[in-house]
Design a binder for this molecule. Sequence first.
Ligand SMILES: [Mg+2]
Length: 252
Amino acid sequence: MKPVRAVVFDTDGVLLDSAALHAAAWKTAFDGCLEEWGADGAPQRPFDAEGEYRELVDGKPRYDGALAFLTARGIDLPSGAPADAPGCGTVWAVAARKEKAFARTLRSQPVEPFADVEPVLEALAGAAVRCAAVSASRHARPLLEVAGLLQLVELVVDGTDAARLALPGKPDPALFLEAARRLDVEPAQVAVVEDALAGVEAGQRGHFGLVVGIDRAEKPGGRAALLEHGADVVAADLTPLPELTSTSGAPP
Ligand SMILES: [Mg+2]
């Protein structure tokens, strides 16, 4: 394998302790519509903010996440339009409910970086490994800034860029490939670091040199699922990264 010259990090759940806030916002968005979506007077069961979040929603753009959940539950809604007001009647309206709930959460709850992030980013910089962050969320850049991480990465490709460039969401590798392109490093020399199943799948589809799955919760089956979806290696946090990226480039 070629030496790793750059690392592209997912943001939510990898750099920022924000995945639980996203999951909670999805739960607010979905659960408020369950009655309306029920059939024959029986409401749908509540959203599972762990299993269903992980399998269907985590890492995806809002519309794709809402659609995946609705499809899995057999709920057939019209797409609607991106300008739809928050509601239960279209996929875009449900996505808007999530956005509204997440924005409300952010006003009351600060998002913190994980403790291992800053030392690892500094170690990588010290080893001349370049770092970028990607996210499907339009909130990623301001959140990274508030968390004090923006100056530790060279660039960010977030939901705003994705919308402007019409990049498809994960599991498509477009976000990661855009980051690699801007860093001017070929994917074979880039390590992708992801906590979402859709994210490690994107890393594999993009033929990146190394795909690192991050399993911070260490729940049963978490590691196996990341490996199955395309991770080359799984770690509980970012601490092994400086060594993983240096040894991956060692001559045979
Ligand atoms: Mg994530």
